[in-house]
Ligand binder design. Structure first.
Ligand SMILES: Cc1cc2nc3c(=O)[nH]c(=O)nc-3n(C[C@H](O)[C@H](O)[C@H](O)COP(=O)(O)OP(=O)(O)OC[C@H]3O[C@@H](n4cnc5c(N)ncnc54)[C@H](O)[C@@H]3O)c2cc1C
Length: 390
């Protein structure tokens, strides 16, 4: 049986999250745009926490967090639906109560020290694998951890680390056995900022900047290894792979909202005696955006469905990420075009979305890396053409 309808619970949650985002988050949009123009952070410190506390009252807390840690334990499909609703606003809001999936690999002591405070919002993590010489080529990292008695001493540089300037601890990936490298010689360490690593903001075309992290003889106790020694690369791939479908899921929400803006503007803006909606070029922008949006929606929901049902979702997730993020970039370009000069101003969110959505094609596997994965799966026969129906 194929059923394209959302279940009752999915629909109810989608509606409730839309209400929350519309009522509590979207009203902040003008302020966010103004803050960015004035070089201030999008949300005041504490504002995000307040919003998250409000969401908690609505029952939205720890979307993917297991119930034993106070979360919703929402499945992949529900998570994708929620991400889509949250993606309808460009306010950098995220629901509270979550922690990076690999923190669950911690020991009981690590869970108390890192996982639970992160879920509660009392600590902030960042995930550091990328280096100046190793981005797509993550197997080639050079940051080195050398054993010294009960400690490890870490030296190296990481770049483009999201939350790297704000985090009070890092999950950093370092080579512990150069002979094995990514095949059993990379280890993940939980390292407090207080242990000595430093960060420098990297300005970007987005509103916020990631950090460059520097480790110079940073001494870390052996019991700060996350997971097993030598198994860090697998942990890193787990972190990235498990949530890949969530990136296009958010992009779908943004594209939906922008398409709505385009329709409203096309119907109301007059040029040469009639609404611009009457012109076929404008209709083409709207139709192409709608077609691509629907295609991205089903690709993404299918990837989420596979994850939820324990099916290997790597191929489908790569397809959804590649198509969904490119779709959102094309949609923002068309919708900005439909808005003419106003689209280019900082009065409307389109200019900001234009910049922010561009990132989605770069991080967590670039366009080219997704294409490489998809092509390799097919060319080597790991996946058969049309196998997604099987
Ligand atoms: C804002 C931002 C936030 C980020 N957050 C994090 C984070 O929190 N943690 C973290 O560890 N990293 C993070 N990253 C890093 C991100 O994952 C890398 O930038 C990304 O993987 C690309 O690596 P690179 O920048 O070194 O580009 P490169 O790998 O040097 O790629 C350059 C170009 O070559 C192409 N290319 C490279 N290899 C191949 C190949 N084999 N086949 C075909 N084309 C190829 C790429 O697609 C790209 O077009 C972030 C990046 C940004 C910009």
């Amino acid at each position: 049986m194929i059923d394209f309808a959302l279940g009752e619970e999915h629909r109810a949650v989608k509606e409730a999250v839309r209400q929350f985002i519309t009522k509590e988050v979207m009203p902040l949009e003008d302020q966010v745009l103004l803050n960015e123009r004035n070089g201030r952070p999008a949300l005041e410190p504490g504002q995000l926490k307040d919003l998250q506390a409000k969401a908690r009252k609505y029952g939205y807390w720890g979307i993917n967090t297991p119930e034993e840690y106070g979360g919703m334990a929402a499945g992949a499909l529900m998570s994708a639906i929620i991400a889509g609703e949250a993606g309808r606003t460009f306010v950098p809001f995220r629901f509270g109560g979550s922690a990076d999936n690999i923190l669950y690999a911690g020991t009981e002591a690590q869970k108390q020290e890192y996982l639970i405070p992160t879920i509660e919002g009392d600590r902030r993590s960042c995930f550091a694998i990328t280096e100046p010489g190793a981005g797509s080529d993550a197997r080639n990292i050079r940051t080195r951890a050398v054993r010294d008695g009960d400690d490890w001493v870490i030296n190296g540089e990481k770049v483009f680390i999201t939350n790297g300037n704000e985090a009070d601890f890092v999950m950093v990936f370092a080579v512990t056995d150069p002979d094995k490298g990514a095949d059993g010689g990379v280890t993940c360490f939980l390292v407090d900022r207080a242990m000595g690593w430093e960060s420098t903001p990297i300005p970007t075309m987005g509103e916020w900047g990631p950090g460059a992290l520097s480790f110079q003889d940073v001494r870390v106790p052996n019991d700060h290894i996350l997971g097993e020694e030598g198994k860090g690369f697998e942990l890193a791939m787990q972190w990235i792979g498990n949530g890949r479908f969530m990136i296009p899921a958010g992009a779908i929400g943004a594209a939906e909202r922008m398409l709505e803006m385009a329709i409203e503007h096309a119907n109301n803006r007059h040029s040469m005696g009639q609404p611009i909606a009457n012109y076929q070029f404008i209709q083409g922008h709207i139709a192409d955006s709608a077609v691509e949006l629907e295609a991205a929606r089903w690709l993404t929901l299918h990837a989420a469905w596979q994850v939820e049902n324990g099916v290997d979702a790597r191929h489908t997730s790569s397809i959804a990420k590649l198509y969904g993020t490119n779709m959102a970039n094309r949609v923002v370009d068309r919708v900005l075009q439909i808005h003419g000069g106003m689209g280019y101003t900082k009065e409307l969110p389109l200019e900001r979305w234009y910049r922010e959505l561009r990132l989605l094609r770069i991080f967590e596997g670039t366009d080219e890396i997704q294409r490489r994965t998809i092509a390799r799966n097919l060319l080597k026969g790991h996946v058969k053409v049309g196998a997604s129906l099987a």
